[in-house]
Design a binder for this molecule. Structure first.
Ligand code: HEC
Length: 113
């Protein structure tokens, strides 16, 4: 393999890796506003649930269909759809709670529909 071919494949592989690993445009949760909303909605919640919920959401909720972003539904719609979906995703009760908190917080933060 020539040097430039080798370099080319390294660049190609790294590009694929970066693309595959980037979250599917779900909002990130590293901001104070999300934590503040979490404490309003769920006074006893652990702020770490947001990052955990985000990870679970991006890893589990786009497997059977496209990832439905938090802002794509109203809070009322999410309250109906999250219990059956967290069951479909076979999440533990704790994980289901983290996903629910993440979705409801980001729904509220981003204004939703
Ligand atoms: C095992 C497959 C599967 C997994 C995993 C899954 N879903 Fe679904 N989801 C479906 C199917 C099938 C439908 C459409 C039929 C229905 O509404 O039950 C659906 C529909 C939806 C809808 C649209 C419902 C509506 O009426 O607008 C939303 C939103 C949704 N899922 C969110 C999620 C979230 C959030 C997760 C992660 C906790 C998730 N889904 C995980 C299979 C799945």
């Amino acid at each position: 393999m020539t040097k430039s071919l080798k370099l080319g494949s390294i660049i190609f592989v790294s590009l694929c890796w970066v693309t595959a690993c980037s979250p599917k445009m779900a909002p990130t949760v590293t901001n104070d506003e999300s934590v503040q909303i979490l404490q309003e909605l769920y006074p006893n919640a652990d702020p770490q649930n947001l990052q955990h919920g985000y990870n679970l959401f991006t890893q589990n909720c786009g497997n059977c269909h496209k990832l439905h972003l938090p802002q794509s539904r109203t809070a009322a719609e999410w309250s109906k759809v999250l219990p059956p979906m967290t069951r479909k995703a076979k999440l533990t009760p704790q994980d289901a709670e983290a996903v629910t908190q993440y979705v409801m917080v980001e729904q509220k933060r981003l204004g939703g529909k």
